[in-house]
Design a protein around this ligand. Structure first.
Ligand code: SF4
Length: 247
């Protein structure tokens, strides 16, 4: 499984994420759209407003990442099928996306030199999830995703602990409600923000080296000037949801 396959490649997908979800008109979506119907901005498999999603009121699309699930369903699970398979692809997109997200997290953990003692287990888990993702539509539908998460999460947490072990006084904000919290310039090296709600938090100029952001909600969090060197498990979609100097 190459790194490229754990990132969306819309050119190899049937635009599944532009059809499968329901949209509720909000700051993230400019329109209401029922689940399973094509977005009005779709032409064939291409988004006609791709270059101006934010300006057009579709920030929700900017921050979405399928981790390569869309192209795997299109090319592998349903490879060679005609378009009549599309309703089934839509149904399986959330399942494949969760499997690919776990694979992305495991791949990130394997980059951590300090976690070398668990690299063998991480590689085994990655191969096992990849094998599940290669199953038939019926196999995928029958999967117990919670059980897979329960199996993989302790390994990811162990890798994170090993990577942060050398940082004294690191803070633990796992699952914390930090909505709008002012932490500008704070020393948060090696902090755990696993599953934390950081919506609108002020993290400008904070020292976030080696902080763990697994599953943290960073919508509107201000990361301008923050040091994110060696940060753990921060996805591209989390970065796009936050305020950074590039946005
Ligand atoms: S706005 Fe573009 S990217 Fe978003 S759902 Fe519609 S077609 Fe897809």
């Amino acid at each position: 499984m190459s790194e490229r396959e754990l990132h969306a490649d819309c050119s190899r997908c049937e635009a599944l994420c532009c059809v499968a979800p329901a949209f509720a008109k909000s700051s993230d979506f400019a329109i209401n759209k029922p689940a399973g119907t094509p977005c009005r901005n779709l032409s064939g498999n291409r988004c006609t407003i791709h270059e101006r999603l934010d300006a057009s009121g579709f920030h929700g699309c900017v921050v979405f990442d399928c981790f390569g699930a869309g192209q795997r369903l299109t090319q592998e699970t349903f490879g060679g099928s005609d378009r009549s398979a599309k309703p089934e692809m839509l149904e399986l997109l959330p399942i494949m996306r969760q499997l690919h997200e776990l694979m992305w997290l495991l791949t990130e953990a394997l980059r951590l030199d300090e976690a070398h003692s668990v690299h063998g287990k991480l590689r085994d888990a990655l191969a096992s999830i990849d094998h599940l993702a290669a199953g038939s539509p019926a196999d995928l539908r029958a999967l117990d995703l919670d059980a897979q998460r329960r199996r993989v999460n302790p390994l990811l947490q162990r890798a994170s602990e090993l990577a942060r072990a050398g940082i004294k006084g690191r803070q633990d904000h796992r699952g914390a409600q930090l909505i709008g919290r002012k932490m500008r310039g704070a020393d948060l090296r090696g902090a755990s923000f696993r599953g934390a709600l950081l919506i609108g938090a002020d993290l400008r100029d904070a020292d976030l080296r080696r902080a763990d952001f697994t599953g943290a909600d960073l919508r509107g969090a201000d990361l301008r000037g923050a040091d994110l060197t060696g940060v753990l498990f921060l996805t591209e979609s989390q970065r796009r949801a936050a305020v950074t100097s590039s946005r």
